[in-house]
Design a protein around this ligand. Structure first.
Ligand SMILES: Cc1cc2nc3c(=O)[nH]c(=O)nc-3n(C[C@H](O)[C@H](O)[C@H](O)COP(=O)(O)OP(=O)(O)OC[C@H]3O[C@@H](n4cnc5c(N)ncnc54)[C@H](O)[C@@H]3O)c2cc1C
Length: 392
């Protein structure tokens, strides 16, 4: 295929990944983002082994590995019994826990080197077919293009995506603190504590930030979306007392949180598109599918979509590349959507049955072969091939 003129809405994880891969194939790529300057916010996330493979292909892995923390297992304990009810070990490799800003930094530098144009202050409003191509209209009224292909990578609140996802009852408060010198917690483990499924607190070591060598941790606290205002109105000390009663070891992390504003409420939704493309338009990442982060797959899925779309465009003419992209990702996306739908209420819900199933069915099963292997595969993101390829 000759060189294409490609416009990408959204300069996040998926947008930067696909932009770099396509620029390396010789296409002309422009990214549009609403941010004033590339300084992303957010907290920690986990790049699973399959996502790490994509970072290697892009050339961003070395940088990301220098900043992030290697996670070898995920553990969760029910309180007050202190029974271990989640025990997932990476059998091959590790998950890379990393601050979103650090992952962004690694990808952004690759996109710049690959020659992608990055246009800040460019909030995308809509896209239409025009003059034999597809244009992007910004909220300023400016029309950009026409492009041979527009890729929507503008995340969970995309103005271009027809996806109507269902809000999930629970979200979570997220914050970033320094890794305390006084803690005995391991820096290579994701740790969670639960009370039934209506309380959950977790600590994820995330390595360092691009401009700061101090090791950091992400802290998260499960909260019903409708309870956020009540939480904000109550004294912070009440919440700290509740969290410390659930997990006393969390105290040196919590002591660094001095204001409600140190935590951000993340609101989760669930849903996926059946058709992730239209004429000269492809959807990737959260614009195409969203789920709770319980399985730790959000950034991963965006990276895999980016790799699958770039691979389809390398192998096929544009017209058949988009259906090929959909075919390559459909099974993996929908399987993980299904697992997330089934597993999330075991950890975040008002149900009494789901945490009971977690404690008395899933936890004992997870110790009996082949379940430890199966759980490791689910967490790693490769329970089935993440990019389906036709048999030669
Ligand atoms: C600010 C922010 C913070 C986040 N924090 C976390 C976190 O702490 N932990 C976690 O697990 N996940 C977090 N996520 C989500 C996680 O990064 C995504 O699930 C994952 O990276 C999927 O990538 P994506 O490329 O589909 O979307 P994102 O990485 O979300 O990227 C979307 C990009 O599109 C841009 N954008 C949105 N609307 C428009 C528009 N109209 N015009 C132009 N640009 C637009 C956004 O500014 C963003 O740069 C965060 C996302 C964002 C945007």
């Amino acid at each position: 295929m000759g060189s294409l003129n490609i416009g990408i809405a959204g300069c996040g994880i998926g947008g930067l990944a696909v932009a770099t891969l396509l620029a390396k194939q010789g296409h002309k790529v422009a990214l549009f983002d609403q941010f004033n300057a590339p300084s992303p916010i957010g907290s920690g996330l986990v790049v699973q082994p399959v996502g790490l493979d994509v970072l290697h292909t892009i050339g961003a892995a070395e940088h990301a590995l220098r900043l992030g923390a290697k996670i070898t297992s995920m553990e969760g304990f029910e309180t007050p019994s202190n029974r271990k009810v989640l025990d997932v070990r990476y059998e091959n490799g590790f998950g890379l826990a990393i601050h979103r800003a650090s992952l962004f930094d690694a990808l952004y530098q690759c996109a710049r080197v690959a020659g992608c144009q990055i246009r800040a202050n460019s909030k995308v409003q809509s896209t239409e077919l025009q003059n034999g191509g597809r244009v992007i209209t910004l909220s300023s009224g400016k029309v950009c293009g026409p492009f041979d292909l527009v890729i929507d990578a503008s995340g969970a609140n995309s103005p271009l995506s027809p996806l109507r996802a269902e809000p999930i009852t629970y979200g979570a408060l997220w914050g970033v603190v320094d890794w305390p010198a006084s803690t005995a917690l391991a820096q290579n483990q994701l740790q969670q504590r639960y009370h039934s499924a209506d309380k959950m607190i977790g600590i994820l070591p995330i390595g360092t930030m691009p401009d700061d060598d101090t090791p950091k941790a992400t802290i998260f606290w499960s909260l019903r979306q409708k309870d956020f205002d009540t939480w904000q109105g109550a004294p912070l000390a009440d919440w700290k007392a509740e969290a410390t009663a659930l997990w006393p070891d969390i105290a040196p992390f919590l002591s660094q949180i001095t204001s409600h504003d140190d935590l951000t409420m993340a609101r989760y939704k669930h849903g996926a598109m059946w058709k992730n493309f239209d004429t000269k338009l492809a959807f990737i990442g959260d614009a195409a599918h969203v789920a709770s982060p319980q399985l730790g797959q959000g950034a991963n899925m965006a990276l895999l979509d980016a790799a699958a779309l770039a691979e389809a465009l390398a192998k096929h003419p544009l017209q058949t590349a988009l259906p090929a992209y959909q075919k390559a990702r459909r099974a993996h996306v929908h399987l993980y959507q299904f697992m997330s739908w089934g597993l999330t209420p075991m950890y975040q819900s008002d149900s009494k049955i789901m945490p009971w199933l977690r404690n008395w069915i899933l936890a004992p099963l997870s110790k009996i072969p082949p379940f430890p292997w199966l759980l490791s595969k689910i967490g790693s993101g490769n329970i089935i091939p993440p990019i389906q390829r036709p048999r030669p």
